[in-house]
Write a protein that binds this ligand. Structure first.
Ligand SMILES: [Zn+2]
Length: 430
C-alpha cells in the first residue's frame, strides 16, 4: 500500500508541537498512527493471530509514550483474557437400550467429557413433527443441560443445526457453560438413556488495550473506545490479499490514541477517562464483552465508541452521526457542546442498518451505559467497506482530524461533570 508518511511534515510537526502545553490533535500525528495500524506489516490485525498482538503492542506503546496510567493492579496496558475453542470429538447415545446411529446425534458442550444417564440432572424433552425445532434449539442453546429427542420428520432442520454444532465453537468460559445434545429418534417414551460426549478444548489469549487518565472523581468514568481488529489476510483476494481496515477501524483506534494524547496534555480531568482498543469486534464482540465484565457499568457515565471516521459523511465534511441517538440524551449533549463551531453531530442516517447493534457500544448499552457509536462513513455506498481496498489512501485525513477534535469538544461538558447523559434502558436493548 502507499506510504503517506511525509518526513518533512513530520519534522515540522515535531517542531511545532514540542514544548506546547496542550497537544492539539493534528494531521501529522493522525497520519503517523493510522499509517502504522493500517500498514501491510500489521496484516489486517485479525483477532486470534500474532498480527493482532502486534497491533495491541503498538497501541500500548503509544499509550506509554503519551503517559497514560494503567488499570489498577495491571502491569501493562494489555488486558488479555482466555477464549476457548470447543470441538466436539465423539457423541454416543443409547435410547431404551439401543445405540443411535452417529449421523442422528449432535451436541454442543462446554466440557471435555460429558456423561448423562436417566435419573441424572437432565430430563429428555420431545420435539414433535409439528414443533418449531429451530426455535426450541435457540431457546435452549444457553441453558445448562438439555437433551432433545427430535421427531424423524424434522430431519432437514436437524441436519442443518447438526452441521453447525459439528463445527468448532468459541466460548468465553468452559465448565458451568451450556451443554445440549440432540437425538433424531422415533421413540415416543424414554425409559433409559445414556449419553457420552467427548470434546477437545483449546485455550487462546486475546487482548484489549486499556489506558487511563485518573480524574478527580475515580468512580465516574468516561470511555473512548474503538475496535483495533479487522479481517486479516484472505486467500483468493490476490494480488492484494491484506484487508488493512484503515477506515474500519484503524480510524477509530487512531482517534482513541489521539484523544488520549489531547486529554493527557490538558491537566487532571474532573471525571476519570478510559481509552480502550477492543479486540475481536469482527469475530463475536468478545473484547467488549470481556471489558464489560471488568468494570462496574454503573460507574461509566458515557461511552464514545468510534467507528469509521476516515471518510466524510453524507451530510458532508465536518459532520458526524451518532447511533441510537434517541436512546439517551448523549447526542444532544454533544450537539450543544459543539454549538458555534463548524462541526455538527446528527442522528444515524441509516436506521435500517441497525448500526447501534453492530459495534461494541451495544454490549455496554445492554448494561444501561449511554454507549453510542460515532461515525462518518457513507456505509450505504462505500465500495471499500470490508474489502481489501480499505486503505489509508482512500481516506480524508483532514476530515478525520477535524472529527477527532470535534469529539474532544463534544465530550468537554461530560468530562467536566457539568453534564451527565441519561442512562439507556437495558430492557430496550435486544
Ligand atoms: Zn468496525
Amino acid at each position: 500500500m502507499m506510504n503517506v508518511k511525509n518526513g518533512t511534515i513530520l519534522l515540522l510537526g515535531v517542531l511545532l508541537f514540542t514544548g506546547c502545553g496542550r497537544a492539539e490533535t493534528n494531521v501529522v500525528d493522525v497520519t503517523r498512527v493510522i499509517s502504522a495500524l493500517a500498514s501491510d506489516e500489521m496484516r489486517g490485525r485479525q483477532a486470534f493471530t500474532p498480527d493482532a498482538m502486534n497491533a495491541a503492542n503498538f497501541i500500548g506503546s503509544e499509550f506509554e509514550s503519551i503517559g497514560l496510567s494503567k488499570l489498577a493492579g495491571d502491569s501493562d496496558f494489555i488486558q488479555d483474557f482466555p477464549l476457548y475453542t470447543v470441538t466436539t470429538d465423539s457423541v454416543t447415545v443409547s435410547i431404551n437400550g439401543k445405540v443411535v446411529s452417529p449421523d442422528m446425534v449432535a451436541a454442543s458442550v462446554s466440557t471435555d467429557s460429558l456423561q448423562w444417564m436417566e435419573g441424572a440432572d437432565v430430563t429428555p424433552a420431545f420435539v414433535g413433527a409439528a414443533d418449531d425445532l429451530l426455535a426450541v434449539w435457540r431457546s435452549n442453546r444457553s441453558a445448562p443441560n438439555t437433551l432433545l429427542i427430535v421427531h424423524p420428520d424434522q430431519k432437514d432442520t436437524f441436519d442443518q443445526i447438526a452441521g453447525f454444532l459439528r463445527r468448532p465453537s468459541r466460548s468465553m468460559k468452559v465448565e458451568g457453560g451450556s451443554n445440549l445434545v440432540m437425538v433424531l429418534s422415533s421413540a415416543a417414551t424414554v425409559q433409559t438413556f445414556s449419553v457420552n460426549v467427548t470434546a477437545m478444548i483449546s485455550e487462546q489469549n486475546i487482548a484489549n488495550v486499556v489506558g487511563v487518565i485518573p480524574g478527580k472523581r475515580a468512580d465516574e468514568i468516561v470511555v473512548f473506545s474503538a475496535h483495533y481488529d479487522h479481517l486479516g489476510v484472505r486467500r483468493g483476494a490476490e494480488p492484494d490479499s491484506i484487508y488493512n481496515g484503515a477506515n474500519d477501524d484503524a480510524s477509530g483506534t487512531t482517534a482513541v490514541i489521539e484523544l488520549a494524547r489531547y486529554f493527557k496534555s490538558n491537566g487532571t480531568p474532573e471525571r476519570t477517562i478510559y481509552f480502550v482498543a477492543f479486540t475481536a469486534e469482527e469475530s463475536g464482540g468478545y473484547g467488549s464483552r470481556h471489558f464489560s465484565e471488568t468494570v462496574n457499568p454503573d460507574q461509566i457515565v458515557a461511552m464514545f465508541n468510534i467507528e469509521m471516521i476516515g471518510k466524510p459523511a453524507v451530510e458532508g465534511r465536518n459532520t458526524a452521526w451518532i447511533t441510537g441517538f434517541d436512546r439517551s440524551d448523549f447526542g444532544t449533549i454533544l450537539q450543544e457542546a459543539v454549538e458555534g463551531t463548524v462541526f455538527g453531530f446528527y442522528p444515524d442516517p441509516y436506521p435500517d442498518q441497525n448500526l447501534f447493534y453492530r459495534s461494541d457500544n451495544a454490549t455496554l448499552a445492554r448494561l444501561g451505559v449511554p454507549a453510542h457509536s460515532i461515525s462518518t462513513t457513507p456505509i450505504d455506498v462505500d465500495a471499500d467497506y470490508h474489502q481489501a481496498s480499505d486503505e489509508v489512501s482512500t481516506l480524508d485525513l483532514e476530515h478525520m482530524t477535524n472529527t477527532i477534535k470535534a469529539i474532544a469538544t463534544g465530550a468537554v461538558t461530560i468530562i467536566s461533570g457539568e453534564k451527565t447523559p441519561t442512562r439507556i434502558d437495558p430492557s430496550s436493548v435486544n
